[in-house]
Design a binder for this molecule. Structure first.
Ligand code: NAP
Length: 277
């Protein structure tokens, strides 16, 4: 039998620990989230982040912007949150509407409040191994999940589907630091299955529902599904979980990487607050 790699168990341990730390702090750490537009998946993720933060005694504030708001309005809000001394860290929920230059917005965030770890300062620090950085929440959550399930990383062949800035690229770097041999695939990859089949650890972050079928997976591999999509109104991942779990260990969607992302975000906000105390 293969293991369902639930993210809920490891995340709850991290959250429990965070709760104890918050109790010892002079004041409650404060997370802010900017949500632009009304993407239904983003609404759900934001709600989960806020609920989890509040459930452990943190403060969480949501700032909404209309999907048609201009980039300068968004940049204005980012600047306001940078200056707001009551806020320890904030994120700009992705995806953003097409007319917004995402890198420009990310770069406007004060690196000391960049709890998603996406600014060039924090990414650069991560690449240079400088400890005072915020590690990107989702890739960090995936590493913690593999550690929780005692999956050896060093010396293993890891295939990542997706080369996005949020998951694929930083994750490849983190796994390289843990001495894995990395293959990164993307939409122009010629023969995807050729790369997925050889993986000891396969991680999919493409956002394409059921892209990864059982015949693309090695028997006994570890499969981490980052993607979130929708089939017939049901939230599904990139991996055809029902069939893949018959031959490999696999994380589910929902209940896999999502809770780990939230747990890592919460950890980063606490870290940001501790630095400011
Ligand atoms: P992204 O920046 O758009 O990257 C998607 C990547 O997938 C791109 O590199 C793209 O290739 C590749 N791709 C798309 N279709 C493909 C295909 N058929 N075969 C191979 N590669 C393909 O997206 P992202 O921000 O990294 O997010 C990826 C997914 O993860 C989304 O579903 C997102 O919702 C989810 N996500 C989940 C969490 C969580 O906490 N659970 C957190 C973050 C993201 P090209 O570069 O060639 O276009």
């Amino acid at each position: 039998m293969y293991t369902t790699l639930s993210g809920r168990e490891p995340a709850s341990g991290i959250i429990e620990n965070a709760k104890h730390i918050v109790k010892t702090m002079k004041r409650a750490p404060h997370l802010a989230i900017i949500l632009m537009g009304n993407d239904s998946a983003s609404e759900l993720y934001v709600r989960k982040k806020i609920q989890k933060a509040e459930s452990i005694g943190m403060l969480a504030t949501l700032f909404r912007l209309d999907g048609n708001a201009s980039e300068s309005e968004l940049l204005g809000l980012v600047k306001r949150l940078n200056m707001d001394t009551s806020i320890d860290g904030f994120i700009v929920q992705s995806p953003l509407p097409k007319h917004i230059d995402y890198p420009r917005v990310v770069e406007a965030i004060d690196p000391g409040k960049d709890v998603d770890g996406w600014t060039s300062t924090n990414m650069g620090r991560m690449f240079l191994g400088i400890s005072e950085t915020f590690m990107p929440a989702t890739p960090m959550g995936i590493i913690k999940m593999l550690d929780y399930y005692k999956v050896d990383i060093a010396g293993k062949d890891v295939t990542i589907i997706g080369r996005g800035n949020v998951v694929g690229k930083p994750l490849a770097f983190m796994l390289l630091e843990r001495s894995a041999t990395i293959t990164i695939c993307h939409s122009r990859t010629g023969n995807l299955a050729e790369h997925t089949k050889k993986a000891d650890i396969l991680i999919s972050a493409a956002g394409k529902p059921h892209l990864v079928k059982a015949d693309m997976v090695r028997e006994g591999a570890y499969v981490i599904d980052v993607g979130t999509g929708n089939i017939g109104g049901k939230t599904v991942g990139d991996v055809d979980f029902e069939n893949v779990i018959k031959k490999a260990h696999c994380s589910p969607v929902p209940g896999g990487v999502g809770p780990m992302t939230v747990a890592m975000l919460i950890s980063n906000v606490i870290e940001a607050a501790l630095r400011r105390l």
